[in-house]
Every structure is written in C-alpha cells, then in structure tokens.
Design a protein around this ligand. Structure first.
Ligand code: AHR
Length: 308
C-alpha cells in the first residue's frame, strides 16, 4: 500500500510556519528604523513569517492593521501602540478570535491585562529619571535659576508621558529647575527644529537646558540653536533619549551633552516570545530592557560598539 507520505502534498508535510502580524508605529526616527530592521531580520532568522504594516504614526491605521491580521487568522499579533489609550475594542476582537497579542516598545492604558500576553520594552519613567538625575548632578553648583525647555514626544504616547513624568519627579526636588516651555516635536528632526526655533525666538538666551524626549528632536534642535548663533552643548546644555548613532556623532562633535539609552533591538526577544506562546509556555507579563546612559565624555570610546 502507498505510504501516507506519498499521498500527501509535500507542503502539508513541511512544518507550518508561524505567522506573526506586526503593526509598527511608523518611521519617525532613527530609533524606529533600527527597531523595524531588528524585527524584520529576527523574523527571518527565526523562520517566522512576518506580515508587517507601517501605521505612519496614526492609531486608526494600527487598528485597521490589527483587524486585518485578525481576518487573516495570523498566529500571533504584535504591535507598538502609537498612543496609550483607545485599544480596548480591537484588543477584545483579537481575544475573541483567540489570537494572542504581544506589546512591544510601548504599552497601552487598560485595566484588563488579559487583553495581551506580555509587554516587552524599556522603562520610560526610569529613562526620564536618568535624564533628571544627570542634570541635577551637572548643575549642583549652579546658584541661579536653571531654565529648561522640553521637546516632548508624540502627544499621548507612553514614552512622551513617562519621560516627562520621570524627569519632573527628579528635578522638582530643587526649585531652581524650571521648565519654562514644553511642546511636542512628535519625535521627528523636522518638528524638533521647528519647535526649538520658536522656543529660541520667545526666550533666546534665557534658555539654559534643552530636554528632548528623543535624539532626533535634539539633532533637529541643535541645527536651530546653531542657526540662532548659539553653541549647542555649551550655551545650552542638551539632554536626549535613545542613544542612536546620530546622537553619538553629535556628542563626539561636542554638540550634545548626554543621551539616555533606549534600545530598539527588540526583534530577537519578540521572536522567542512568539515561539514560546505557540509552544504553550507562560511568559512574564512584563519584560524590561536593560539600559544605561552615555555622557559625551564616553561617546568616542563607546561609538564603535554601538549596534543602532
Ligand atoms: O517608543 C520609543 C520612542 O519612539 C523612541 O524613543 C523614539 O525615538 C521613537 O520614535
């Protein structure tokens, strides 16, 4: 009698590939590009079929992408939510369809944590605290007021909310630190430059410190500062977050004082989580990325080791 193998098509015998639907925020920053590359390369290495969708910084596009992943019956859905709130309905739809959801990089604001399996990414509040602690230490001998301008990330996003919170928590211990202006630069270089130009127009030499929620906005702002005839990192102390290669170049050039690390290299962790979920393993609800801080003094030495 013919064997079973001979009767079945070869494709049915080959192990079925796990299908992962991933909805990315967009391509707003050097960080995000590195994050996308990490996810695509790791999916390939892990033999996972990736359906990738770019939301161009719009929540409605992410919701559409998630619904389309549900309709396609993917094995696992992962996404990096552009903003924190407004996800309950679509996450309930995924749950009803029995499709596990993994949050990467940014979290959602929900009381029902059964709507996702795990959240992997940085502790953004701690990043804000690291930025604050560095500043408090740097300015410890300063007697007068320290006027700070802040470039916030995307309105309503977890990193913008949390980096502000952590920074304020530290600087409020000393009333000499004053945030005199705070506005969103949407995590982009172009917006960072534009908003910094407006800050400089309004307050000019009064500004002592710039706290930017990411490196791209700081790099845009550095251009505005130079165009205004001021010296970045000297006339205005500049602190930012991410520690991408562009920030290291700015630090080596003496134009950025410090960058708090936020790693975008979440791909390998995500792929192993996807495999664990499919294998029925239980994952921790929160997987925190370990990170540090890089002041300009160490930039040249660290640069060759940087992976993003
Ligand atoms: O969510 C992470 C943040 O998003 C990064 O700090 C920023 O550069 C990116 O756009």
């Amino acid at each position: 009698a013919a064997s079973l193998a001979a009767l079945l098509p070869a494709t049915a015998l080959a192990q079925k590939k796990i299908v992962l639907g991933f909805s990315q925020v967009g391509a707003e920053s050097e960080w995000r590009t590195a994050n996308t590359e990490s996810i695509k390369a790791s999916a390939k290495d892990a033999g996972i079929e990736l359906k990738f969708s770019d939301a161009q910084q719009k929540q409605e596009n992410q919701i559409k992408a998630i619904r389309s992943f549900i309709a396609q019956k993917v094995d696992v859905i992962a996404f990096s939510p552009v903003v924190e709130s407004g996800w309950e309905t679509v996450l309930r739809e995924a749950k009803a369809a029995n499709i596990p959801v993994v949050l990467t990089d940014r979290s959602v604001n929900t009381k029902d944590d059964s709507l996702y399996v795990t959240f992997m990414g940085s502790d953004f509040v701690e990043e804000g605290r690291k930025a604050g602690r560095w500043l408090v230490d740097k300015m410890k001998d300063e007697k007068g007021e320290v006027n700070i301008v802040e470039l916030q990330g995307t309105v309503g996003s977890a990193p913008a909310i949390d980096r502000k919170k952590g920074f304020e928590e530290i600087i409020k211990a000393d009333p000499k630190f004053k945030i005199i202006r705070s506005q969103t630069g949407d995590f982009t270089r172009a917006k960072g430059k534009e908003v910094m130009e407006a800050f400089l127009k309004a307050d000019g030499k009064k500004i002592n410190v710039l706290y930017a929620h990411n490196d791209d906005m700081a790099i845009g702002a550095i251009q505005a500062i130079e165009e205004a005839g001021l010296k970045p990192a000297k006339d205005i102390t500049i602190i930012s977050v991410d520690a991408v290669k562009g920030a290291f170049e700015a630090m080596i050039a003496g134009k950025l004082n410090v960058s708090v690390e936020c790693s975008p290299l979440l791909g390998p962790q995500l792929m192993s989580a996807v495999k664990d979920i499919k294998a029925g393993k239980t994952l921790p609800k929160r997987i925190v990325t370990e990170e540090t801080i890089f002041p300009m003094e160490v930039a040249a030495k660290e640069f060759p080791k940087r992976k993003y």
